[in-house]
Design a protein around this ligand. Structure first.
Ligand SMILES: NC(=O)c1ccc[n+]([C@@H]2O[C@H](COP(=O)([O-])OP(=O)(O)OC[C@H]3O[C@@H](n4cnc5c(N)ncnc54)[C@H](OP(=O)(O)O)[C@@H]3O)[C@@H](O)[C@H]2O)c1
Length: 251
């Protein structure tokens, strides 16, 4: 029987690349996002192995309605890729927009937790399933302006590990992918609220990670034999590394 995957955030960036890769790997894929027209374009291109699903992960009734509307040919979900997420702003905590903080928490934390909570019982009942979360190096490495974004990704990391603890004795697997600088997605355009020039500058000469690299990682995790669980995988471009911790003297 063909395994069925649900990829959230399938209308852009990593999501599109992950959908394409999973279909090439033989999955049938449900792609979820708010911008349904983008998913429909994808459906035209990908054909009958793709099912476009309008869903806002921050709205529980939207998630309930969307999941309840899945045709039987796209159920049950065995692979959940919790990819929908965003960063908003890069301002210091004492200057940042609190509404942006709420949106990040509602999307990256509550949305991810709710979609997982909805799909997990059926995986446990069938004793079969894999959840791949999209965390970030920002969930481990602090940087100025990452305040709430980094904290939401720290939640995703710890939630992934805690799910593993709860799923002990089952065959359900959980992985957290933690990328560093990635280009070719809408991530920075969203973060900088349409200041595309600023977004573009960030990647100049950086040879950053591409969406297809992340899709390849999801595919590799999913292709491991059932006795192998990849807990966490951190990926940075070769051009990105760690810095010294600054000490401000005589403050
Ligand atoms: N790019 C990077 O440098 C980077 C690095 C580390 C981690 N990540 C993480 O990787 C994931 C994907 O990032 P990306 O670079 O591919 O970003 P992207 O190009 O901006 O794509 C984000 C996706 O999330 C969806 N989304 C946002 N809010 C949503 C909501 N409320 N409900 C449903 N879908 C929603 C968007 O679709 P709609 O707008 O159509 O809803 C879009 O499809 C995110 O979790 C991000 O935090 C990215």
């Amino acid at each position: 029987m063909t395994d069925i995957a649900l990829v959230t955030g399938a209308s852009a960036g990593f999501g599109i690349a992950i959908v394409e890769r999973l279909i090439a790997d033989g999955y049938k894929v449900v792609g979820a996002a708010r911008r349904f027209e983008k998913l429909q374009e994808l459906a035209k291109r990908l054909g009958e192995d793709f099912y476009p699903l309008e869903m806002d992960v921050t709205d529980r009734s939207s998630v309930d309605k969307a999941l309840a509307s899945l045709p039987t040919s796209f159920e049950p979900i065995s692979l959940l890729v919790n990819n929908a997420g965003l960063a908003l702003g890069l301002d210091k905590a004492y200057e940042a927009d609190f509404e942006d903080w709420l949106t990040m928490i509602e999307t990256n934390v509550i949305g991810l937790a709710y979609v997982t909570r909805k799909l997990l019982p059926d995986m446990v009942k069938r004793n079969h399933g894999l959840i791949v979360n999209l965390g970030s190096t920002a969930g481990t490495v602090p940087y100025p302006g990452a305040n709430v974004y980094g904290s939401t990704k720290a939640f995703v990391k710890q939630f992934s590990l805690n799910l593993r603890a709860d799923l002990a004795g089952t065959r359900i697997r959980v992985s957290n992918i933690e990328p560093g600088l990635c280009e070719g997605t809408e991530f920075s355009n969203v973060r900088f609220k349409g200041d595309d020039e600023r977004a573009e500058k960030l990647y100049e000469g950086a040879h950053a990670i591409q969406a297809k690299d992340i899709a390849e990682t999801v595919s590799w995790i999913a292709s491991q034999p059932e006795h192998v669980n990849i807990n966490r995988i951190e990926i940075m471009p070769t051009s990105q590394t760690f810095g010294a911790q600054p000490v401000y003297r005589d403050l």
